[in-house]
Design a protein. Structure first.
Lengths: 357, 556, 205
């Protein structure tokens, strides 16, 4: 079936639109830091706790951090009195997401609306590309990056709404913008057919899973960077080498919340990656006669899997939680990127279909 | 200190089970006499610790890196040879370290074997513990439920025992395993009459550990399956020219890599004939020259003299014949040549497979050896150009289909080296004992002949046929590996989605009725959501208590 | 007091049971591995004539039955293995493209010259060859006995079920009852073939 060139152009137009809208949303997220609803300077710990609770109701406030820092906590529940018959205290229902967004200020509202619009355009770009080429639109490097950033953006929007994590928007959406921009300028490929070696429905399943997982790990990697940055800053403050009260850091979720958010993101992505590896093995068996041959791309997918498994293990190992675990996680993402950019393109193997150059 | 360190004991356990065995960790050797048994025990505890598992995982990842950067003997033996040629000093050292066969090297095997021993050493005791806890009751309810990560409190007019009973009913309805105050073993500190009937403990989510263990054991299963394939499986290659048949026997295979316990007798006795091979390519547009479809029509018998069946071999669609799978891996062109020697006898008349090079569009190279030409043996090196276009004096192929096929030949006469008894590659010509007959490459179109100088004979390019390369594989570990992979995925999902959680309910009588306290905590709440579950549970418990007192009144 | 002690005891007993089970399992696996690696040899009735174990004699009673085949010779005449019953047959698998076959051809021709008058028959099986190349080979090496053409190697397939026929050249010596009495699984030398024929014709007559 011939490629629908017109739809291909439509897809490109949608992608450019998405890029522009995303950039605006990044500006809006940044604007929230600079000009957003004023957060009072940290005076009493309880005050700070209330602020955080209002902004991040579901992730868990540090109100009772003294007790068991590793365990999630209830939002804004006051300490119960010793008197058994005095009062009732039931867990408070969550502030609904829309109201929370509106209460967070105009900048946040604008940023969320723009992000939603951007994601819509981005998804439209991916869909029209798929319709143009009559196959799943992740058959070469350009399409793959476009699709994975779309997954990352959608995933982050869900996280943002569920966990009220708009303070992380500037980082995640910023990373999406940069990645998309690089993809457009460096690896753009016009819509085209696939070689018959790749025309198999297992391709769709395998690469879809890998695209989803990469998009999710993309978000986890950005969160990991934020974690390490906040962690470094906090340590420097404790060592007296930096001034406390950094406006940006104060607005971000706490270290524990970042850690937990990243953990949950990776917990979501790891089974998808595992499934992708299994689907890839099934496809490899059909196409090349063996389900695992230590082809360079297969090997690096394995290395990535082992590194993310190490992250999960590190979280359960004393002395390895926190900073070290996040280094491992970022190492895993690096190996994933290395696999996509370097191994698939330059190292000869059966997987060379990137379609670049 | 911002590194979030795990507390000494898991709050999940510490909150309610002070006498639960602590998580196994690396224990330093206890003081005092430390004999061999003691050292072995210490070594075992180290090996099965999470930290060592982490180190081994790192080593596994790190060890795989050279396996992807350097050419490997299994995938790319010619690449290994080339590496030896281009790095003559470095290559032998890398070879000693096993870096040209990383995934079969003993040190790599040591890493994953240690990892699996560590895994088994951790998983088996935990399986026993899980089996034990399958019958164990949840722990006693702690006294101060407000200190738990999640807590709630409400008042009810029901007496404490009834309030607790109602709560127990609700929790049981949600599938929690219960432990009531009166059925408990006597409190270690002595029986407390005020305690009787005033609390209930509930626990749920044991499947999480089942999922965790299933995942790790399934990984072990994958390893065993891979070993099965390596022992009892085999891989073989065969290049088959259109119109010819081959029988699946060791002497007929171009390459045969049997597993360790496989002999040639284990090959299935099937024969395959390539009746026709069609390849189509994209003719126009930006993707011109890219393959569009490949189709090999074959007929086969599962044993000699058996019924002849027909089938199609396409890329991504292997054919299962007699327990082995036959794959279409590649294809090419085999130009036909007819050679007449100086004495006028036809000494060669066959299709000769040429192999496509890296220049693209199936520009292929090959060799014709005529060892029985007289008076001298003849040899030819040739280039087959499917769609030939003269570009500034050189022939180039501009399209992979044979739209304008030509062959360019260089002729040699002399000693091919075939009578020495030493095997040679059929795709390479050793011209060291030969003399070149033609000064420049001679281009032939189909049907044209080249008369060799000195009356040495003639070679005619009579046409061409396609060939396909087939991979024949047998892997008994393939299906078990798939099943174990799916089981691992299932275990992973179970362990991530199910959380082990405990809910406690205490009712205390007061002046204005009974105060009911509810407390709950979850262990490693990976996917989140316990908070919402607790909130809805608390609301439901409260509503149930109100209902129990005034059945006509609607729930609040 | 008895309850916690009992619990610890049973834990220790349980752990010991696990260790024992693991040890037994490991020992069993090791045993299987050892047996698999080193077993397989020691088939009785086979004598090796050379250091490579590539020239063998099968004692009577341990001789595999040669599978029947019927095909056409290079000259176009029909040929069946069963028509050679009652004679000793030297069956040689060869190909004109195969350097070791070319190297042994003179020796084979010499053996044929010596033993054909004594009543030994010689038959070639031409593997994976084309008519023109095969005829040229026969012409050049002065092969005096017929060869059947086996381009798809189905005859080799049949024989590989009874003897470890791994490639060309392979020479089999079949006794008058149709059983394979000796074999050379590489290029044959005059002395090897003579030794085998001496044994086989000495017995069968």
């Amino acid at each position: 079936m011939p490629v629908n060139v017109a739809l291909g152009h439509v897809s490109n137009a949608f992608l450019i639109a998405a890029l522009v809208i995303y950039s605006l949303s990044v500006v809006a997220f940044a604007g929230d830091f600079a000009y957003g609803r004023p957060r009072r300077a940290a005076t009493a710990r309880g005050q700070q706790a209330q602020d955080r609770a209002a902004a991040l109701a579901a992730v868990g406030a540090p109100g009772r951090a003294a007790q068991a820092p590793a365990v999630p906590e209830a939002p804004g529940v006051p300490e119960p009195a010793g008197d058994p018959a005095a009062s009732e205290s039931m867990p408070e229902p969550e502030v609904p997401a829309l109201r929370a967004i509106r209460e967070a200020g105009r900048w946040v509202l604008a940023a969320v609306v723009l992000s939603l619009a951007g994601v819509t355009a981005h998804t439209a770009a991916v869909l029209t590309r798929g319709l143009a080429v009559h196959r799943a639109p992740w058959g070469n490097m350009y399409e793959f990056i476009t699709a994975l950033t779309c997954v990352a953006a959608i995933f982050f929007l869900v996280v943002l709404i569920r966990y009220r994590a708009w303070t992380l928007g500037v980082f995640v959406m910023g990373a999406v913008v940069v990645t998309l921009g690089l993809a457009e300028t460096l690896v753009y490929t016009a819509a085209g057919e696939l070689v018959p070696a790749l025309q198999s429905y297992w391709l769709d399943i395998h690469v879809t899973a890998m695209t989803l997982a990469t998009g999710i790990f993309f978000v986890a990697a950005v969160l990991g960077f934020v974690y390490l940055w906040v962690d470094r800053y906090t340590r420097r403050v404790a060592a007296g080498r930096a001034a406390p009260g950094n406006g940006i850091v104060r607005r971000l979720p706490s270290i524990e919340q970042l850690d937990r958010l990243t953990y949950r993101t990776i917990v979501f992505g790891f089974p998808v990656w595992t499934f992708g590896v299994i689907a890839g093995a099934i496809w490899a068996d059909q196409a090349w006669g063996r389900y695992w041959g230590w082809d360079p791309v297969e090997t690096w997918a394995f290395i990535t899997w082992v590194l993310y498994a190490s992250f999960l293990h590190a979280r359960a190992t004393a002395g390895w939680r926190g900073r070290r675990a996040h280094f491992i996680q970022l190492l895993g993402f690096t190996s994933l990127i290395f696999n996509i950019l370097i191994v698939q393109t330059f190292i000869a193997g059966l997987h060379s279909y990137a379609g670049v150059g | 200190m911002t590194d979030v360190r795990a507390p000494e004991t898991d709050p999940f356990d510490a909150a309610a089970e002070p006498d639960d065995p602590s998580r196994p960790g690396p224990a330093s050797p206890a003081g005092g006499a430390f004999g061999l048994a003691g050292w072995l025990k210490w070594a075992w505890r180290q090996l099965t610790s999470m930290r060592i598992a982490l180190v081994l995982l790192f080593l596994l990842a790190l060890g795989s890196v050279p396996g992807s950067m350097l050419p490997q003997q299994g995938n790319n033996p010619s690449g290994v040879q080339q590496y030896f040629v281009s790095h003559p000093a470095l290559a032998p050292w890398l070879n000693h370290l096993g870096l040209f066969n990383v995934f079969g090297a003993p040190w790599f095997a040591a890493i994953y074997l240690l990892l699996f021993v560590s895994l088994v050493g951790c998983v088996v005791p935990r399986t026993f513990r899980l089996a034990g806890s399958a019958r164990a009751l949840p722990p006693r309810a702690p006294r101060h439920l407000a200190r738990l990560p999640r807590s709630a409190e409400y008042a009810t007019a029901l007496p404490p025992a009834e309030a607790v009973e109602v709560a127990a009913g609700v929790l049981a309805g949600h599938g929690f395993r219960l432990r009531r105050a009166d059925s408990a073993a006597p409190h270690p500190a002595g029986p407390d009459p005020a305690e009787a009937g005033t609390w209930v403990s509930a626990e749920k989510g044991y499947l999480r550990e089942v999922g965790n263990l299933l995942f790790h054991l399934a990984l072990l299963g994958v390893l065993v399956s891979v070993a099965l394939g390596g022992l009892f499986g085999y891989k073989a290659d065969r290049l088959l020219v259109q119109g010819t048949t081959f029988a699946d026997t060791a002497s007929a295979l171009d390459e045969f890599h049997p597993g360790r316990l496989v002999t040639a007798a284990d090959l299935g006795p099937f024969t395959i004939t390539l009746n026709k091979f069609d390849a189509s390519y994209i003719a126009s547009g930006s993707q011109r020259g890219q393959p569009a479809a490949f189709d090999a029509q074959i007929s086969y018998t599962e044993q000699p003299g058996g019924p002849v069946r027909t089938g199609h071999l396409e890329v991504n669609r292997p054919l299962s014949i007699d327990g082995a799978k036959v794959y279409l891996i590649g294809h090419g062109y085999a130009p036909r040549f007819k050679v007449t020697d100086a004495r006028g006898q036809v000494v060669y008349d066959a299709p000769t497979p040429f192999i496509a090079g890296t220049t693209g569009n199936f520009l292929s190279e090959g060799v014709v050896k005529v060892p029985d030409a007289r008076p001298e043996q003849l040899g030819f090196t040739g280039v087959f150009v499917p769609t030939a276009v003269d570009v500034g004096g050189t022939l180039e192929s501009v399209f992979p289909a044979a739209d304008n096929p030509v062959v360019s030949l260089i002729a040699y006469a002399g000693n091919l080296g075939t009578n020495d008894g030493v095997s040679q590659s059929v795709y390479q010509l050793d011209t060291s004992g030969m003399q070149r007959l033609t000064t420049s490459p001679q281009v032939l179109q189909p049907g044209q002949s080249l008369k060799l100088p000195g009356g040495q004979g003639t070679i005619t390019f009579t046409g061409y046929v396609p060939w396909v390369s087939l991979a024949i594989t047998h892997d008994p570990g393939q299906l078990p590996a798939l099943i174990c992979g799916i089981a691992a995925l299932g275990g992973l999902l179970l362990s991530f989605m199910i959380r082990r959680r405990r809910v406690f309910v205490r009712a205390r009588a007061g002046e204005n009725g009974t105060t009911v306290q509810v407390g709950g905590l979850a262990r490693t709440d990976a996917s989140g959501g316990f908070e919402a579950e607790f909130a809805s549970l608390a609301a439901e418990l409260r509503a149930a208590c109100q209902q129990g007192r005034h059945p006509q009144r609607e729930g609040e | 007091m008895p309850s916690p002690v009992l619990r610890t005891l049973s834990a220790r007993v349980r752990r010991r049971a696990v260790v024992m089970a693991a040890a037994v399992l490991t020992a069993a696996l090791l045993a299987v591995a050892l047996v698999a690696t080193f077993a397989g040899g020691g088939s009785s009735g086979v004598t090796y004539l050379d250091s490579n174990d590539t020239a063998v004699l099968y004692a009577s009673g341990h001789r595999p039955l040669a599978p029947e085949f019927s095909s056409t010779t290079l000259a176009g005449a029909p040929a069946r293995l069963s028509s050679y019953r009652g004679q000793v047959v030297v069956l040689n698998f060869w190909g004109s493209w195969c350097p070791p076959c070319r190297a042994e051809a003179p020796a084979l021709a010499a053996v044929a010259r010596h033993y054909q008058p004594a009543g030994v028959s010689f038959l070639g099986v031409d593997e994976r060859d084309s008519q023109a190349s095969a005829e040229a080979f026969v012409r050049n090496f002065g092969v005096t006995y017929p060869s059947v053409s086996d381009p798809s190697q189905v005859i080799a397939l049949d024989f590989s079920a009874v003897v470890p026929l791994a490639g060309t050249p392979t020479t089999l010596v079949i006794d008058p009852s149709g059983h394979i009495a000796g074999a050379v699984f590489e290029s044959a030398t005059y002395s090897e073939l003579a030794a085998i024929l001496a044994k086989v014709t000495g017995k069968g007559g």
